[in-house]
Design a protein around this ligand. Sequence first.
Ligand code: DER
Length: 225
Amino acid sequence: DKIAQAKKMAAERAVDFVEDGMTIGLGTGSTSYFAIQRLGERVAEGLRIRAIGTSKRTEELAQAVHIPLITFSDVKELDLAIDGADEVAHDYSLTKGGGGALLREKLVASAARRFLVIVDHTKRVHHLGKFLLPVEVVPFAWELTHYRIEQLGCRATRRRQDNGEPFITDNHNYILDCDFGEIVDPPLLHNALKALPGVVETGLFIDMAYAVIESDGEHVTVEYP
Ligand code: DER
């Protein structure tokens, strides 16, 4: 389908940035999936890279295509990180965390010299906020944290798995999906959330994108904020 084709085209364009010897951060989600598959093809052709995955799922996908995995005990900086987003705003701030991996994704993106965001064109918005904002919170006192987050002006719901059990992140935390409506000042909201004890991380990625690689399934554009 057209959207999958768009994700694949954006992902494969991002992999063109990867050079022999690089250390790479691998994102989580259906767009990152295509980047991992393309990287696997290039590794099979002899490309030498080392990678850090942003989720256990991504680590499994990378191992399946024989991408060598390392950790932050081996490196403290990455050459490149490639990851998707749920929304990209006009100021290139991002909403991420739809896949529940936002904490590791933000750590990996923060460690990358260049963070490439790969999206299909439906992710582009003027302001963030149409997509519910994921916030990772520790389980202890989550009801108090939930209450305080709603006091900031939203309705927050704890993410559940299909079986109705609470979704648990790779870091053993909960995700609250928050409806703040249109987010006109992402830094202000991010800072207010991070000030709450019990909030681990938010899905607001501000001033982090080195490039936004977008496709509609026909063409690919690369934008540098
Ligand atoms: O969870 C995440 O942050 C993912 O990168 C998500 O934002 C994008 O997922 P998708 O590529 O499956 O749309």
